[in-house]
Design a protein around this ligand. Structure first.
Ligand SMILES: NC(=O)c1ccc[n+]([C@@H]2O[C@H](COP(=O)([O-])OP(=O)(O)OC[C@H]3O[C@@H](n4cnc5c(N)ncnc54)[C@H](OP(=O)(O)O)[C@@H]3O)[C@@H](O)[C@H]2O)c1
Length: 299
């Protein structure tokens, strides 16, 4: 069998983990950035770096003509002003690759499409009701892919993920610098996923997922935002900052950032486990956070 080819559009934090994992499996990977200074770290991950700007469709044409088996679109909706976002990037990616016989395009979306959930369990069938400009844009990007699937049979899958954490992606820096603000509500639930488990989910969505479907990729056990902050501070042996009034936090953060803090969602990974066969290596942050902090040399 000839070597499989994968394109990662938007090879940032998640993309580098994904590239390493695919290369380990013998997949040939081309991975994009808008920042040529980042080429060396993409090369170190074993992938070939390529310049691409999703708002400039011409930059995607060479990647599409390479005829990859799979494309992972990891680019968020483009900010075009304060709290204004464009979904042209998704349209350009979809159009560039629609001409070619892909096995799958995996679009990494976000659970912001659900809006506030008052602690409710949330799955792929939960109604979309975004409460932030970024959540609205995410929902529009998903619709772009869904439409091209319906009209042309484009083999896309949507993966929605909540907070991603892992080495060098924890609350450590913000707690140590004093930038982290505690909302102080013991009841605000947050689902998360360790970046290594997320990558397994993205690959399984390509190989075992079905065209047109949505998969929620998250760990087994949500914890409250407060528990996450306490756990991080206790592992690092640093004091927790005082609780800040919610209204004060709301004034300081952008509406989308504030909504992330108060969304109060518990996400179910039943479908990820049963249909994609992905069992999280890190069932919750209680296992994943110590591992992440150890990997970055913080504990
Ligand atoms: N962090 C979370 O908790 C979370 C939760 C849910 C969903 N997500 C989503 O997961 C995805 C991956 O996250 P991440 O943490 O890996 O993000 P990241 O580290 O910020 O990487 C994003 C990548 O996208 C590229 N990019 C951004 N705008 C682009 C554009 N206009 N054209 C082409 N490329 C563009 C960036 O290019 P450069 O290399 O030039 O910077 C970078 O390579 C994002 O869509 C994010 O919104 C994240």
């Amino acid at each position: 069998m000839s070597q499989q080819r994968a394109v990662i559009v938007g090879c940032g934090y998640v993309g580098l983990y994904l590239a390493r994992r695919l290369v380990r499996d013998g997949v040939e990977v081309r991975a994009t950035t808008r920042t040529p200074e980042r080429y060396p770290e993409i090369e170190e991950a074993g992938a070939q770096p390529v310049f691409a700007e999703v708002m400039e469709p011409d930059t995607l044409l060479g990647l599409a003509a390479w005829e990859p088996h799979v494309v992972f679109d990891l680019v968020r909706p483009q900010a075009i002003g304060p709290e204004r976002y464009s979904v042209w990037g998704s349209m350009n990616v979809a159009s560039a690759f629609a001409e070619y016989p892909l096995e799958a395009l995996v679009y990494l979306s976000s659970t912001s499409v659900y809006g506030r959930r008052d602690g409710g369990w949330t799955d792929e069938n939960t109604e979309l009701s975004p409460t932030s400009p970024l959540g609205e844009a995410r929902m529009e990007s998903e619709k772009v892919y869904q439409q091209i699937h319906r009209e042309h049979g484009f083999p896309m899958r949507i993966c929605r993920t909540p907070g991603i954490y892992g080495p060098n992606r924890t609350l450590r820096q913000r707690l140590e610098s004093g930038a982290y603000q505690r909302v102080g509500d013991e009841e605000l639930w947050v689902s998360r996923i360790h970046v290594e488990d997320l990558v397994e989910g993205l690959i399984a969505a390509w190989k075992k997922g079905k065209a047109g479907e949505v998969y929620l990729l998250c760990d087994d056990e949500p914890v409250t935002g407060e528990e996450y902050a306490r756990l991080t501070a206790s592992l690092l042996d640093i004091p927790l900052p005082p609780v800040v009034d919610r209204e004060e936090i709301r004034q300081e953060l952008s509406p989308s950032a504030y909504e992330r803090r108060v969304a109060d969602r518990r996400c179910s990974n039943r479908r990820m486990r049963e249909e994609l066969g992905v069992i999280p290596h890190y069932p919750s942050v209680r296992e994943g956070l110590p591992s992440a902090l150890r990997a970055e040399g913080a504990i």
